[in-house]
Design a protein around this ligand. Structure first.
Ligand code: ADP
Length: 463
């Protein structure tokens, strides 16, 4: 208590002393009896004592109050708030201390608010990440993990924080990887299969400096879809090679036979050349279908036309008429309403052609194929192709749209199938925002139903 506060107290004490001395001087210079003087001096002494007590009482009460406020403010740090953010300047040290503490309180509050906001933002980002995030301390206890990780690990307990990593992610390899990162301080990578969810993850771990020493953080990327695509690509390459190998070996085999002398074998040479030709046609068909598929998959948009469904159906029927006659299958055009859709005409015609060709190929002599087109209750165009053919077993139905999937490989090959026809149909229809459905009764027949968004022909040229 130095400076102005001390000066004020000193002034108060001096004023009290001066008042006491003045009162004593006044009393002593009066012609009073000694007993009266004693009595007055006692009175003056008692009054000054009372005034001194009064001053001490009021000063200490005000000081105690202000110090208590400061104490409360200091104790509430960080982030504490001054009751009065701008305390009045009383010109003494306490008041200055109070003002600067109030200023610090405002600053720390801002800092705490910023930190809170930052940490909430980070928390929100981490929790909404599709990658699983997991942080551990040096004892391999979890300090943080997000929802994606808990989902990947199929963890159903509460509060994973504080648990050992193996209690949450039951994968010893992940635990070992984190232990290695903690021991070496070097990042590590690992591919792991999550138990329970049958998904594959690529985990990347790196050291993480924490206030309690070195920890580690791991990020788990779900690569299941990527892996599946990789597998689909591998299968596709294997399938294509396989599909090409059979006709190619036929061509090479019969060409060798001809070269080895069969050219002169008048009874067989023509037949051998026909086999070579048939195999070459098959190769060419596969190549053509693969080309169409790759164009459809690459998303290269063919020109969009306003297409007349009647035109498409009649065109496709004319193309397959000869084949139907040859196989003694009766083609029946039921009611085909005058409807229109948007899309690539050649592609839609190709799709309807594939469906009609299948309905004829997988039919029996004397069988029927019926086609009709109408508008359904939701205003969509529905094309229905029904046959009385061999039908498809229900277990095969979900797979017939896959590339190279054939229920009966030998029969498909015999009728010149590539196994790509229905994949093309599905792609074409889906690219036109349509859908295709199939129903079948084994031994009795199959119905394919295509539904497409209808188009309004007003004012547009029709193809
Ligand atoms: P494919 O070139 O063999 O016809 P698709 O992709 O067009 O190839 O058809 C796949 C398979 O689905 C066929 O091999 C056949 O087993 C079956 N399938 C397709 N359409 C019919 C149908 N209308 N009736 C019976 N089976 C069919």
């Amino acid at each position: 208590m130095t400076g102005s506060l001390f000066r004020r107290l000193l002034m108060g004490a001096l004023a009290l002393l001066a008042a006491t001395l003045l009162a004593a001087d006044y009393t002593l210079t009066r012609p009073l009896a000694p007993a009266e003087i004693r009595e007055r001096i006692l009175l003056i002494f008692a009054a000054s004592l009372l005034a001194a007590f009064g001053i001490v009482f009021f000063v200490s009460r005000s000081l105690t109050g202000r110090i208590r406020r400061l104490k409360l403010l200091a104790e509430s740090f960080p982030g504490g708030k001054s009751a009065d953010p701008e305390p009045a300047d009383r010109g003494d040290e306490l008041s200055r201390l109070e003002r600067s503490l109030a200023g610090v309180a405002v600053e720390t509050q801002k800092l705490v608010d910023n930190l809170r906001y930052e940490s909430a933002r980070r928390e929100a980002i981490l929790s909404s990440m599709t990658e699983g995030v997991l942080a551990v301390d040096r004892d391999l206890r979890i300090t943080f993990c997000n929802r994606s990780l808990l989902r990947a690990a199929d963890f159903r307990g509460v509060r994973p924080e504080g648990r050992f990593v193996l209690e949450v992610v039951r994968d010893p390899d992940l635990r070992q990887m984190l232990a290695d990162v903690l021991a070496t301080g070097e990042p590590r990578k690992l591919r792991l299969k999550a138990a329970g969810t049958a998904r594959t993850f690529e985990a990347q771990a790196a050291p993480l400096d924490t206030p309690t020493g070195r920890g580690a953080i791991a990020i788990l990327h779900d690569i299941t879809d990527l892996e599946r695509l990789e597998q689909v690509r591998k299968d596709f390459v294997a399938n294509v090679s396989h599909e090409f190998r059979t006709p190619l070996s036929g061509i090479i085999g019969y060409a060798d036979t001809l070269l080895d002398g069969a050219l002169q074998d008048a009874a067989n040479n023509r037949r051998f050349v026909e086999i070579i030709r048939a195999n070459a046609v098959r190769l060419s068909n596969i190549a053509a279908d693969l080309l169409i598929l790759s164009e459809l998959e690459s998303g290269a948009d063919a020109e969009t036309d306003l297409i007349s469904i009647r035109g498409v159906i009649d065109g496709a029927l004319a193309t397959v008429a000869a084949e139907a006659r040859a196989r003694e299958v009766n083609l029946i055009r039921e009611e085909v309403e005058n409807l229109f859709v948007h899309g690539a005409r050649l592609r839609l015609e190709q799709a309807i052609l594939n469906l009609l060709a299948n309905a004829i190929k997988f039919n029996r002599s004397g069988g029927e194929v019926r086609i009709r087109a109408a508008r359904d209750g939701e205003g969509r165009v529905t094309i229905r192709i029904a046959d009385t053919g061999i039908g498809i077993l229900s277990q095969d139905l979900p797979r017939i749209f896959e590339r190279f999937y054939r229920v009966d490989k030998a029969r498909s090959r015999e009728v010149g199938g590539t196994g790509l026809g229905l994949s093309i149909v599905k792609h074409v229809i889906e690219r036109m925002n349509g859908a295709i459905q199939v129903e079948s009764q084994f031994g009795r027949g199959t119905v394919f139903t295509v539904s497409l968004p209808a188009a309004d022909p007003d004012g547009q040229s029709i193809r």
